[in-house]
Design a protein around this ligand. Structure first.
Ligand code: DI6
Ligand code: FE
Length: 395
């Protein structure tokens, strides 16, 4: 039981409570508000003076691929010389090349490598982290990736939410046979991973270089039969209608969305689907079509922001940079950026016990050396984290 005193509370983006107190009981927020309203029952609790610093909810990175073998710096060089992401993928590079490296890596090696990226995110205040599979594309390697993802959560003070992404790319030995890959490899691997308790949600990559909406729908049917929530990489490079298909099936989120059309924005709004904005991929691929932020905002679609940390299209392990890019590249407001990595990121993961500072919520908090919450989006390459609280503990 402890009281964090003398802080400026940002319980939700856009709100600011000066001279505030947060009462932490075990892993939970027992009370939060202005000092003047603090109930007398807390008088005897141990106090920690935060020196007037600003406190937000712990950050949540709701879309990452931090578990993977190798790197794609060679592909980076090719793209700089003018080769396109699409063309590299179609020529057997891209995602499929990371698959080879991931299949070859041991669990220990994958974990050691993933922890370097997890540590970078944690150092910026991340307390909940989603990690996807999808660089195995065979049962053994998909399960290996998910075990490593769980191991990240065991090795570090961070909550890991796992996502099965077997429908990420068509592996080389199934080239031209996407449907057969889905039925004979992907869905059986999903069932096996679920049986081991390794899957919190199911994702897919709906794109010309990956899977069609119909193919993804087969995976979603299998997910539903297992009672697992779904989400989708959609409309990143072209408009195939994947986002609407996923929203209509009750997806928690649809991610990327550069090519989302106006009608489908309304479908997201109707279903309460979260739009996950991934500026790292837009930036890395030098995309020119931005996601329809204004239309999403006008329709009241909740927007999350994530790193998409992956070795190909978004080799970025900074959620603060993702906030900055969302503001500068997409004109999201600083409040939207903060909501994107807190309350809406929690929503994108289906988590109701975190993302805000309120009574009963998990005591996952960030204490910052900044004067205004906008600074989190405004600075570039600067980490103002003073202290993170994870499950009520400073660490
Ligand atoms: N979209 C992405 O941004 C990542 N996966 C996906 O479906 C990229 C994966 C990669 O290029 O390795
Ligand atoms: Fe991704």
């Amino acid at each position: 039981m402890r009281l964090l005193t003398n802080c400026t509370l940002v319980p939700h983006p856009g709100e600011s409570v000066p001279d505030a107190v947060i009462a932490i009981d075990g892993e939970t927020i027992a009370w939060a508000g202005p000092l003047t309203d603090l109930p007398g029952d807390y008088a005897g609790w141990e106090r920690e003076d935060l020196g007037g610093r600003l406190v937000t909810p712990g950050l949540i990175d709701c879309h990452t691929h931090i578990v993977h073998g190798g790197h794609r710096a060679g592909e980076f060089r090719m793209r700089l010389e003018g080769e396109s992401y699409d063309a590299i993928a179609r020529a057997g590079g891209g995602i499929v090349s990371t698959v080879t490296a991931t299949r070859e890596a041991t669990e220990d090696a994958l974990l050691a490598d993933a922890l370097t990226r997890a540590d970078a995110l944690i150092a910026e205040g991340v307390t909940t982290l989603e990690i996807k599979s999808g660089y195995g594309l065979d049962e053994a390697t998909e399960l290996k990736m998910l075990r490593v993802a769980r191991a990240v959560g065991d090795a570090r003070p961070v909550d890991v939410v796992t996502t099965f992404l077997g429908a990420h790319a068509v592996p080389a030995d199934y080239k031209g046979e996407a449907e057969s890959y889905i039925d004979t490899v992907c869905i059986p691997a999903l069932r096996a991973a679920h049986a081991e308790g390794l899957v919190d949600a199911v994702d897919g990559f709906c794109e010309g270089i990956a899977f069609s909406p119909d193919e993804i729908a087969r995976v979603f049917d299998a997910a539903r039969a297992l009672g697992l929530p779904i989400k989708l990489h959609a409309e990143q490079l072209s408009d195939l209608g994947g986002a609407a298909m996923a929203a209509e099936r009750g997806a928690m989120s649809v991610d990327h969305l550069e090519y989302l059309n106006a009608d489908d924005v309304q479908i997201l709004a109707q279903h309460g689907t979260v739009a996950v904005i991934l500026p790292g991929a837009f930036y890395t691929l030098r995309e020119t079509q931005a996601p329809p932020i204004e239309a999403l905002r006008a329709a009241g679609v909740p927007m999350a922001v994530a790193t998409d940390c992956n070795p190909g299209s978004s080799p970025m392990a900074s959620l603060l940079l993702a906030m900055n890019m969302s503001a500068t590249l997409f004109r999201m407001t600083p409040d939207e950026c903060l909501a994107g990595v807190t309350t809406n990121a929690a929503k994108a993961l289906g988590l109701t016990d975190r993302g805000d500072i309120a009574q009963g919520q998990r005591a996952d908090l960030c204490v910052w050396n900044i004067g205004a919450p906008e600074e989190l989006s405004y600075r570039i390459g600067f980490n103002p984290l003073h202290q993170r609280y994870y499950r009520g503990r400073p660490c």
